[in-house]
Design a protein around this ligand. Sequence first.
Ligand SMILES: C[S@@+](CC[C@H](N)C(=O)[O-])C[C@H]1O[C@@H](n2cnc3c(N)ncnc32)[C@H](O)[C@@H]1O
Length: 194
Amino acid sequence: MKRISLLELAHNIAGSYLKPGDIAVDATLGNGHDTLFLAQSVGVKGLVFGFDIQQRALIKSYQRLLEYDLQSRVKLCLASHADMRRHIPEQWHGRVRVAMFNLGYLPGADKTVITQIDSTLAALHEACALLAPVAAITVLAYPGHPGGELDAEQLAAWCQRLDKANFTSEEILSHHDKPGAPRLFVIRKQSDLL
Ligand SMILES: C[S@@+](CC[C@H](N)C(=O)[O-])C[C@H]1O[C@@H](n2cnc3c(N)ncnc32)[C@H](O)[C@@H]1O
């Protein structure tokens, strides 16, 4: 049996929602792997908004997109994901199909610049407000980081508080059944009003 990583699973889930022409958000650009995946998935008429607080992440992501000539599909924002609503033009509010969060630090850079649970929860709140009627958010969390276990608990508690008329959530544990193993939170929106 082939075991897939939680990152692959996050891509599979996000990909199952995305169609050509869709709007997507990469809330944590990092080295741009998720942004590249999203840009490929939304097609030539789609658009991806990517956020990171480090210039280096924007440069890395831009370079990756250039390699595939996909840079015109992505708006890179040097800003906290907590401010995403201000950076995404109003015409796209209520139309975001997928938002991906990959928490932690930028691999190969300063490990002390790391996502913080308060801004992560604020960003998740903003992302929920921007979603299309049928949409999903994936959050890959790494409880192995200092403080990461508490962050994962707070994420789980936040998911429990979601409006159940519109959202469902699940927490998927890694195969590596050891303390600190990554966890994937999947939040799905399916409005009752449809
Ligand atoms: C694990 S990396 C993301 C990996 C990335 N998705 C990829 O595909 O390579 C986490 C990123 O979150 C960024 N970050 C930390 N706090 C942030 C915030 N408040 N808003 C946006 N990005 C943030 C870090 O700078 C880092 O680049």
